[in-house]
Design a protein around this ligand. Structure first.
Ligand code: NAD
Length: 477
């Protein structure tokens, strides 16, 4: 049985209720977590406030840095344990779960190194004045985390907030809490003061909503669906609470005929198959220049047909989706594709060892998807790649920008001038040229434009979002 983690103590919810934790690989319950409500958020905010007012705000930046460094080292020691927890909770293949634990180590390491490098500026002003700025923490930051990459999103969000001097109240997704509850324990073990990291679990519409509404929360960082992002923004607007929103995307991979296809093919596949397509930055649209369209689809079709999906511990190309409703959602998109006469180029296999009660979806490659079809416009959050062709650079830009999202884009071309032109003209928060994702890079600011959200997490840039700027003008004559 999992308990909430408040003021460095495992505590049951005041509701006395629990939720089952399912293993997506077989659909069976194997643990339980607290179904909390607003009273538990209240307890967590009180603990956070006490920490802020006593221990935490008295720590120097260097001391915060040492704590985060110790946490990074402790997570590294427990990386296999954390990976195994998240693997079972989320259905992640072993390599993915281990990569996520390694990323968490790196996030804490990166943000440990940033604490004492975040500073304000002096501003030349009128004679007789000295003017400067301080970067101050918001206070208590609220973090609402989705189920697709719990460790990674916790690392980038909570790591940055702590580095900037905040204390945190975290609401993980009801589908994936286990690794984060363990990380909070590890933080307590390495000396984080009680109340610096608090975790309260339960449903989004209950405890997530309570967190977003709580007047003691000074900043909210949310990653998840556009719909819930809008709800949180509305609730936060009532009390003018700043919000960082990361709401996913419909990211294009744009392949010109002069591209190095040998290099591009494995990256294009990984960008949609990784984590079974349940990745906000998944490369879910494939835009191909006319001359390369048929040859590339043929090669990709062969590769898709060879993809295998199965239980997480088999460590295949992909594991199961997170839950039955996600599987139904993806199946619904595929039914619509069929009804619209969209052609399937190829699809992978769910292996025979996969239990029928698990949530498995074979990767699917679709061709000639009309630009206005839902499959070319909406986030499927499953391993479904929608291919379409373009005539020239202008047409590629038009298609790339033809959704409400703008999170990430990949451009594949050997033409140097075009690389820069495309990077400028595509509307997104990140553009990768002749690669996709640059290996995850914790140093690289990440976030969207348009309905993909606003604000940046990851990299040093995140620290500006987790702080507020105070201008001090001293008149000394
Ligand atoms: P969601 O947005 O409902 O859940 C994300 C987080 O928000 C969870 O912790 C959830 O408990 C919480 N939440 C839900 N309702 C809330 C509310 N009213 N107030 C406060 N918090 C609330 O996402 P989902 O239903 O789990 O997935 C649905 C779709 O969202 C997916 O199919 C996918 O398209 C998208 N999604 C995107 C990301 C991403 O990384 N951008 C992550 C998860 C889901």
């Amino acid at each position: 049985m999992q308990l909430n983690f408040i003021a460095n103590q495992p505590v049951p919810s005041r509701t006395g209720q629990t939720l089952a934790v399912l293993d997506p690989s077989d659909g069976q319950p194997f643990d339980a977590l607290q179904r909390s409500d607003a009273r538990d958020i209240d307890d967590a905010v009180r603990a956070a406030r006490e920490c802020l007012d006593t221990g935490w705000s008295r720590l120097s930046a260097a001391e915060r840095s040492r704590l985060l460094m110790r946490l990074s080292a402790r997570v590294a020691e427990h990386a296999d344990e954390l990976a195994a927890l998240e693997q079972r909770d989320c259905g992640k293949p072993t390599r993915q779960a281990r990569a996520d634990a390694a990323a968490l180590v790196r996030y804490f390491e990166f943000y440990a190194g940033s604490c004492d490098k975040l500073h304000g500026e002096t501003i030349p002003y009128q004679d007789g004045y000295s003017v400067f700025t301080w970067r101050e923490p918001h206070g208590i930051t609220g973090h609402i985390i989705p189920w697709n990459y719990p460790m990674q999103i916790f690392g980038r969000s909570v790591g940055g907030a702590l580095a900037a001097g905040n204390v945190c109240v975290v609401k993980p997704a009801e589908d994936a809490c286990l690794s984060l509850l363990r990380v909070a324990q590890l933080a307590a073990e390495v000396g984080f003061p009680a109340g610096a990291i608090n975790i309260v679990t339960g449903y989004g519409h209950e405890v997530g909503d309570a967190l977003a509404r709580h007047p003691g929360i000074d900043h909210i960082s949310f990653t998840g669906s556009p719909h819930v992002g809008t709800l949180i923004q509305q609730v936060a607007a009532e009390r003018h609470c700043p919000v960082t929103l990361e709401l996913g995307g419909k990211s294009p991979q744009i392949v010109f005929a002069d591209a190095d296809l040998d290099a591009a093919i494995p990256v294009i596949i990984n960008a949609i198959v990784q984590n079974a397509g349940q990745t906000c930055s998944a490369g879910s649209r494939l835009l191909i220049e006319e001359a390369a369209y048929e040859p590339l689809l043929q090669r990709l079709g062969q590769a898709f047909a060879a993809l295998r999906v199965g239980p997480a511990t088999m460590d295949l190309d992909a594991g199961p989706l997170i839950r039955a409703s996600q599987l139904q959602r993806v199946a619904g998109f595929l039914d619509e594709a069929q009804a619209a006469g969209i052609t399937t180029v190829a699809q992978g296999t769910v292996v025979a060892e996969a239990p029928a009660t698990g949530f498995y979806q074979a990767p699917v490659l679709l061709r000639d998807v009309p630009v206005n079809h839902r499959l070319a416009q909406e986030e499927v959050f499953g391993p479904v790649l929608a291919a379409m062709r373009f005539r020239d650079e202008d047409h590629a830009v038009e298609l790339a920008n033809a959704t409400k999202f703008g999170l990430v884009a990949g451009v594949w071309t050997r033409d140097g001038g075009r690389q820069f032109r495309m990077a400028r003209r595509v509307k997104s928060g990140q553009v990768f040229v002749n690669n996709y994702g640059a290996g995850g890079g914790v140093e690289l600011p990440f976030g969207g434009v348009k309905s993909s959200g606003y604000g940046r997490e990851k990299g040093f840039e995140a620290l500006y979002g987790f702080t507020t700027l105070k201008t001090v003008a001293v008149r000394h004559g």
